[in-house]
Design a protein around this ligand. Structure first.
Ligand code: P1T
Length: 385
């Protein structure tokens, strides 16, 4: 069966998972090697050095490309190293439009590391009219979307924005980390590059840091590969193997994350100690209709505002137990995060508050434990507020 005809649930298990040709081993070998023997200078089997290529990583790249309906994939050492490669690919002095609400590390990369090389303008990409004006004014080389955003879960219209960007030959990049390829496929909506922090839902077990870039254009792939090889952020064979192991359950995990998240979001929406809940699956979400159109589900991330200030937030966060207080997301276990102090601390307070990231904002990565246990745990936290 051609992989193009396979359903997602089959692809995650089978693409890149052919039995080992020499032994028949059903699980892919970990090619834990830095180099490969050549029979004569330049004569080899396609592998020269693991920074450039590794067979275990190749299998993961094949699998991930198929999940995003992409022709190509590069697996990198982290999500942020994947973002870094895109920045190196652009001509020096490029204008870049970036959504105003993005992961704090992405914001730090674009506001502290790369401004010497490119010019960044942060725009609310949910406002198409404003974005259109900015695209016409800046003629950017690239429009960077995170949708849904981290942590406010704002949703941008990938199809409409890719079309706007194409008018001025700008590339559209979508950071699809929060949805995973199971719930959203940006290339199918017109984006040029999809980025994932593989650390999150794709690996799903909080034991690997990694990134991935998927694209259809061979030209873009080759440019990005050049920088990956030249700079060096390739994923190790063992980490690629762990991701190949974790990814087999991506479909079942995403369904379970979503089932639990819907119940938790509804519980929070009715809770007297909660001011407001943001979850794309709730009718109250400002872009619920767009979420229904461009996503195949609503995912496992919830953001909510507690009634109170930093003291109340701390009481809540110190008293939940199943929801572990930790950065990151997308693992089978539930996590809770305080963006203002933790994941988004690198954004200046004034900018953060302009966006709505206040001290009473709490982000949940809803795991796949029993949902009644999760709700009881949240209730324990609220009881101490
Ligand atoms: O951590 P790393 O694998 O380098 O991925 C960076 C990254 C990129 N994009 C999004 C949307 C992300 O959420 C992240 C990492 N985020 C966290 C660690 C966090 O807790 O939000």
């Amino acid at each position: 069966m051609s992989t193009k005809n396979m359903k997602f649930e089959t692809k995650v298990i089978h693409v890149g998972g052919e039995p080992d040709p020499t032994t028949g081993a059903i699980m892919p070998p970990i090619y834990q090697t830095s180099t490969y023997v050549q029979s004569s200078p330049g004569e080899h089997k396609g592998y020269e050095y693991t920074r450039s290529h590794n067979p275990t990583r190749t299998r993961l790249e094949e699998n991930l490309a198929s999940l995003e309906n992409a022709n190509h994939c590069l697996v990198t050492a982290s999500g942020l190293s994947a973002s870094t490669l895109i920045m190196h690919m652009l001509p020096k002095g490029s204008n870049i439009i970036c959504g105003d609400d993005v992961y704090g590390g992405t914001y730090r990369l674009f506001s502290k590391v790369f401004p010497d090389i490119h010019n960044y303008t942060f725009v609310d990409t949910t406002n198409l009219k404003k974005l259109e004006e900015e695209i016409a004014r800046l003629k950017p080389a690239l429009v960077w979307l995170e949708t849904p955003t981290n942590p406010l879960l704002k949703i941008s219209d990938i199809k409409a924005i890719s079309n706007l960007a194409k008018k001025t030959n700008a590339l559209t990049v979508v950071d699809n980390t929060f949805m995973s390829p199971f719930f959203q496929n940006p290339l199918d909506l017109g984006a040029d590059i999809v980025l994932h922090s593989v650390t999150k839902f794709i690996n799903g077990h909080s034991d690997v840091v990694g990134g991935a870039l998927m694209m259809n254009s061979k030209d873009i792939r080759d440019k990005l590969f050049f920088y990956q090889n030249a700079i060096g952020p390739a994923q190790s064979p063992f980490d690629s193997w762990l991701v190949l192991r974790g990814i087999k359950t991506l479909a079942v995990r995403m369904k379970a994350h979503q089932e639990n998240a819907i119940k938790v979001a509804k519980f929070l929406e009715k809770h007297p100690k909660v001011e407001r809940v943001i979850y794309p699956g709730l009718e109250s979400h400002p872009q619920h209709k767009l979420a229904r159109e461009q996503m195949k589900g609503f995912g496992g991330m919830i953001t909510f505002f507690l009634k109170g200030e930093i003291a109340e937030s701390r009481r809540f966060l110190e008293n939940v137990k199943l929801f572990a207080l930790a950065e990151s997301l997308g693992g089978v276990e539930s996590l809770v995060d305080h963006p203002a102090i933790m994941t988004h601390a690198s954004i200046p307070k004034a900018t953060r508050e302009q966006l709505g990231i206040y001290d009473n904002l709490i982000r949940l990565s809803v795991g796949i434990e029993d949902v009644d246990d999760l709700i009881a745990d949240l209730e324990m936290g609220f009881a101490k507020v």
